[in-house]
Design a protein around this ligand. Structure first.
Ligand SMILES: Cc1cc2nc3c(=O)[nH]c(=O)nc-3n(C[C@H](O)[C@H](O)[C@H](O)COP(=O)(O)OP(=O)(O)OC[C@H]3O[C@@H](n4cnc5c(N)ncnc54)[C@H](O)[C@@H]3O)c2cc1C
Length: 401
């Protein structure tokens, strides 16, 4: 087993659901190698993160997924320990829908709400916090936050990896590597962030491993839809009309999405009576505003994609006006923030499970972009991580190091 602080048996890039679930699955399965997660964000969660504020401890708003659903059986193994320890609970809010005429109706059956619905408790980021907690049960599993992995450097031919940061400094050496997000494999790192190369493509070309080359090409071809989310924070006094709504999550029908450019709206209670409302744009709205980032997005800041305050204000104003028109509820007095998810939902077909572990190059992939049940959702992120953990257990028992 590798024990140096700068070298580990397994490095996992990304502490979203899949990265955290991989760590938890490995540890619960008895895998005792050294394992470090590296995450560009300020904390774990990825697209199930909760926005928090250092200056305002009571502020907590789920700015990505507001819930998750498990649509298939058997359910992911990690659900039971998470539920038992209180990190997740069945989604308790009412789900309603809005049609193109602005009429409220019952919940629509859509891929994000079929089956059993769950939420992180009390906030969505407790899903990943709980997974990380499970990952610490048998031995430490450190998470390095605010850490962008910018380059992937293979050691020899399948002997491991050196991970490098934004100025080329070595962050970590590892015997095995797992990518839980698609950024390092996707041409969007060139088009959006101006990187000259796609890091995984460069590494795969050096290694010449046909399986990795195929996986890299498939990952690079995966497209995603975006979501521009308007985050509204209301005081107790100004939240009255929102609180009276019969729904916690409101789905917009196709006609309503076309009319208002909104896909869903969720409501969340915060500490000291404050109230949070998250307006998720339609994919079409987000596509029209792809270059506009939220200025407080840590990923955007670390990746160097500068904010444009004027454009940001315009996008927020458009979504704010749309939600007022659609629901006939005033947003006066609300604090506004924008969160732009550039790759909110991957589009099929995704990466086949046969390519999710390239053993000769000692690299694996997990996340919601892996094909299979739950693709593009939290369920898929959990399932892909559990499946990859099983494969790693078989291939890399720590005792053989
Ligand atoms: C607005 C929105 C609403 C959603 N609603 C739902 C819903 O209702 N139900 C549902 O099931 N799903 C929903 N989803 C989808 C769900 O959030 C994702 O399927 C799931 O969170 C994916 O988890 P993941 O671990 O695969 O990826 P991610 O959560 O994206 O995790 C990848 C992590 O890797 C990090 N990372 C990437 N590259 C690097 C790097 N180079 N260096 C360091 N760190 C890196 C990222 O910061 C991120 O934290 C929603 C998503 C969005 C955006």
């Amino acid at each position: 087993m590798v024990t140096s602080p700068d070298a580990v048996d397994l490095a996992v890039i990304g502490a979203g659901t899949a990265g955290c679930a991989l760590a938890a699955s490995l540890r619960l399965g008895g895998w005792s190698g050294s394992l470090t997660l590296l995450e560009i964000g300020r904390g774990p969660g990825g697209r199930t993160a909760t926005r928090r504020s250092r200056r305002d401890p009571g502020f907590a708003l789920n700015h990505g997924a507001p819930l998750f659903n498990i649509s298939g059986k058997p359910e992911p193994k990690l659900l039971t320990p998470l539920h038992k320890a209180g990190w997740i609970s069945p989604f308790s809010g009412a789900i309603c829908s809005l049609d193109g005429e602005g009429r409220l109706g019952g919940a629509l059956s859509d891929p994000l709400s079929s089956g059993a619905t769950w939420q992180g408790t009390p906030q969505m980021d407790h899903l990943c916090r709980g997974l990380l907690n499970l990952a610490q049960r048998n031995q430490p599993t450190p998470l390095r936050t605010n850490t962008l992995v910018r380059q992937l450097e293979p050691i020899g031919h399948g002997e491991g990896w050196i991970l490098r940061g934004s100025d080329g400094q070595a962050l970590l050496r590892c015997r095995w590597l797992v990518l839980s997000g698609t950024l390092l494999a996707s041409p969007r790192c060139q088009s959006v962030f101006g990187w000259p190369e796609v890091p995984l493509q460069q590494a795969a070309a050096r290694l010449g491993d046909p399986q990795l080359l195929q996986a890299t090409a498939t990952l690079g071809d995966i497209t995603s839809t975006a979501s521009s989310n308007l985050l509204l924070t209301l005081s107790e006094a100004s939240a009255g009309a929102w609180r009276q709504q019969p729904w916690q999550l409101l789905q917009f029908s196709v006609a309503a999405q076309q009319r208002w450019g909104i896909r869903r709206v969720s409501q969340q209670a915060m500490a000291s009576g404050r109230w949070g409302v998250v307006v998720e744009s339609s994919p079409a709205f987000a596509a029209q505003h792809m270059q506009v980032f939220g200025s407080r997005s840590s990923a955007a800041q670390l990746l160097g994609a500068g904010p444009d305050p004027l454009a940001e204000a315009q996008v927020m104003q458009a979504l704010d006006q749309a939600v007022q028109d659609a629901l006939q509820i005033n947003t006066a007095g609300a604090e506004r923030q924008l969160m732009r998810w550039g790759a909110a939902f991957p589009q099929t077909p995704g990466l086949s499970t046969e390519l999710s572990l390239c053993a000769s190059s000692r690299i694996g992939f997990c996340g919601d972009a892996i094909a299979g049940l739950g693709f593009g959702r939290v369920e898929g992120a959990l399932r892909s991580a559990e499946a990859l953990a099983d494969q790693i257990q078989e291939l890399s028992p720590p005792s053989s190091h």
